[in-house]
Design a binder for this molecule. Sequence first.
Ligand code: SIN
Length: 329
Amino acid sequence: MSNSSIPPHILVIGTGGTIAGLTTNLGNGAYQAGQVAISTLLSQINTKFLIKNIQLSNIDSCDLSESLLSKLGAQVREALADSNVMGVVITHGTDTMEETATFLEFVCGGLSRNLGKKVVLTGAMLPSDHPQADGPQNLSEAIQFAGETGSKGGIWAVMGSKPIPALGLVKGHSSHTDAFFEEMLPNDGIQVSSDLPVPPDNQWPWVEIITSHSGARPETITFLENHGVRGIVLAGTGSGTVHEQLAIPLERFIGAGGAVVRASRIGKGHIDGTLANGRLANALAGGSLNPAKARIALQLALFAAAQSGANALSWRDYFARMVGLSRSR
Ligand code: SIN
């Protein structure tokens, strides 16, 4: 599909974040994210590319909703399919950038690689009116990276002059401007995936993250189960280990058809299939996905499984494939 009246360009989608933030009068560096329009941010940078922009939202990304992810997924797919769009840049709050990157990887990573177009997330750690604002440089570099021709497509982030592939993206510091790093995943290499469907607004399966810790209480799991949760990601200790007080109700939840994935609250490293003590033997391992990424992946797997008709793949099939992908990149 193409809109022939618009020459080749990069589409920049504004969603908010500190990159669009403004200082408040509360002092101590306080600011409010998601205040400045994407058109204003773009007017502050130089680029050789023709740019079109869309303001999809202007939020603090701690308020990221499933409805916004649905809209973003549809918008990015439409843009990728437009032959006059060379690449897509998304300005985003840094706090949940990993979740959006994971979502986009699993719903349009294959499409972007097949078309050789990049989708690039960027943001900032300092608000737009800060004297050392890092947003303009990040935005310029993201646009430059998205517009490079002759390179492979895919879902990326550009932060602090570093291009980082979506599934390796980790926010590893809460305040440094150099807050992002790339988690090197095992079995580096490119694999073309078939993309999963984007859940429409209001059809995202309910999945929660539960952290295992000293003094954990079984009532937490019972409460969620009684209120209709479909899946639980365990942010386990160490290698995804789980307190016995959580393991018992989680086993019962799995037995009743609930979906459980084991990740680690450490947020780095790789979680394998089984625990030496045999707990949660019927949960799936989250591989290299940290709990926030595993939660998005589990939602997409549950939704995809619910959509597939006869000869349906289960959520386990979809999730295992995603973990395989996360290990291969
Ligand atoms: C946000 O995530 O929207 C606020 C924090 C940030 O962008 O760094």
